[in-house]
Design a protein around this ligand. Structure first.
Ligand SMILES: Cc1cc2nc3c(=O)[nH]c(=O)nc-3n(C[C@H](O)[C@H](O)[C@H](O)COP(=O)(O)OP(=O)(O)OC[C@H]3O[C@@H](n4cnc5c(N)ncnc54)[C@H](O)[C@@H]3O)c2cc1C
Length: 389
């Protein structure tokens, strides 16, 4: 008899498995329908011997000391600060837009102070900020909007920024200095031996059994267990009875090329003329030395694995109905980004799982109010080719 059935071996499921087993002495069965642990953060050595992230680049960054210290029990780290370039007007320029971006793009030599003036001079003030287009145009003007944001957003979401709610591009991260780091968080690093090794360390405990290639419905009624931690899509748990929650998906095209390096930055964004949104070169992320190099291109679309909840008011309303059902369902905890229909970064999912563990144990939950987390989740979405993962 297991105390818990955990559906999903990603961050949400694995953190809760570890906490329940090690922190509370519970017996836990983790099932995942995929053939590996780690969820979307899964990495592996490909046929060419290069460590790659199957589901696109996963960069770890957080301001939460608790999350950092918790994960540090299962991995050593490799210091890593992420950098992105955007391919615009035949140049590769820093993203988020900074002083060097504007100077390179327009052949100028502005100072930080002058760049502030520049942004003010090109910004188109709007009386009311309703759409994502309003957010960007009112901050950096139409030309930069067209060059960096508009087409990227159309590719990523299949919708024009003028059709997307303002909350989607809640902030436009521009910098008037030369800082070209993509993230500014206190802790930025990659697991030294990769994510999958870190997950193996988390799940390696006599109280934890892992079953892969297993949909949880296959074991329901066959294996006795107490409560359920569910980290899959919330609509699927309820047989999509109100309809399917829409997601945006990605197709990944992985390639190994016969040169030591392929591009001059870890990630290059392609906002405009290419069908893909970005290309990642993994060796920058992992620090691996190898005579060849592996890259991945991302093609957004509507079909495929659920990656990004589509932030439209009607979807929020549909989720609210599922959430009501979830709240009424006794003995099942809905945790993680699919079960709560929200784009969360890895650190946010770890924080959510640690909080859920405290709730399960009946201890007081300290920490930030959820709205802060939620706001950051929105701000970090890859909505306009500017922020996010
Ligand atoms: C392209 C992309 C890039 C990203 N980059 C970053 C980044 O750079 N930095 C960052 O912090 N975050 C990033 N993220 C977010 C990160 O992937 C998530 O925060 C994290 O993976 C969420 O963990 P989770 O456990 O909630 O969900 P998941 O990792 O999705 O795990 C859920 C698991 O549940 C399993 N499951 C679902 N239904 C069933 C079922 N019926 N039976 C059994 N198993 C089931 C699934 O197979 C899956 O393995 C990125 C996400 C994407 C899509």
């Amino acid at each position: 008899m297991f105390d818990y059935l955990i559906v999903g071996a990603g961050f949400a499921g694995s953190v809760l498995a570890e906490r329940l087993a090690v922190g509370a002495g519970k017996r836990v069965l983790v099932v995942d329908k995929r053939n590996h642990i780690g969820g979307n953060a899964y990495d592996h050595y490909n046929d060419d011997g290069i460590l790659v992230h199957r589901y696109g680049p996963h960069i770890f960054h957080t301001n939460a000391r608790e999350v950092w210290e918790y994960l540090s029990r299962f991995t050593e780290w490799r210091p890593y600060e992420h950098r992105v370039r955007a391919s615009v007007d035949g140049m590769l320029v820093p993203m988020p837009i900074n002083l060097d971006t504007i100077n390179a793009l327009y052949g100028l030599s502005l100072t930080s102070f002058e760049l502030d003036e520049f942004f003010r001079s090109v910004a188109e003030p709007r009386e009311e900020i309703v759409t994502s287009e309003d957010v960007v145009v009112s901050k950096v003007g139409r030309e930069l909007y067209e060059k960096f944001f508009r087409n990227y957003t159309r590719k990523q979401w299949g919708m024009d920024p003028s059709e997307l709610d303002a909350q989607v591009t809640a902030r436009v991260p521009t910098r008037t200095n030369r800082d070209d780091r993509y993230f500014l968080d206190t802790y930025q690093a990659m697991p030294l031996h990769g994510y999958t090794r870190m997950f193996e360390n988390m799940l390696s405990h006599p109280n934890i059994k892992v079953m892969l290639n297993t949909d949880y419905r296959e074991v329901e009624g066959l294996i006795p267990y107490g409560e359920v931690i569910y980290t899959g899509p919330v609509d699927e748990y309820f047989d999509c009875r109100f309809g399917k929650l829409p997601y945006r998906s990605l197709t990944f095209r992985h390639e190994t090329v016969n040169t030591e390096w392929h591009q001059t930055a870890p990630v290059v964004n392609y906002p405009n003329e290419h069908p893909y949104t970005r290309c990642t070169e993994f060796k920058y992320l992992t620090g691996q030395q190898h005579p060849r190099t592996s890259i991945v291109f991302e093609y957004p679309g509507d079909e495929g694995d659920p990656y990004y909840p589509v932030p439209r008011p009607e979807n929020a309303e549909l989720y609210r109905r599922y959430k009501e059902l979830a709240d009424e369902t006794e003995g099942v905890w809905f945790v993680g980004r699919l079960a709560t229909y929200r784009y969360y970064n890895m650190d946010q999912v770890v924080a959510q799982a640690l909080t859920t563990f405290r709730k399960i144990m009946g201890t007081k939950v300290p920490g930030r109010p959820p709205s802060v987390t939620a706001r950051r989740a929105i701000a970090d979405q890859p909505l306009a080719g500017s922020a996010g993962d």
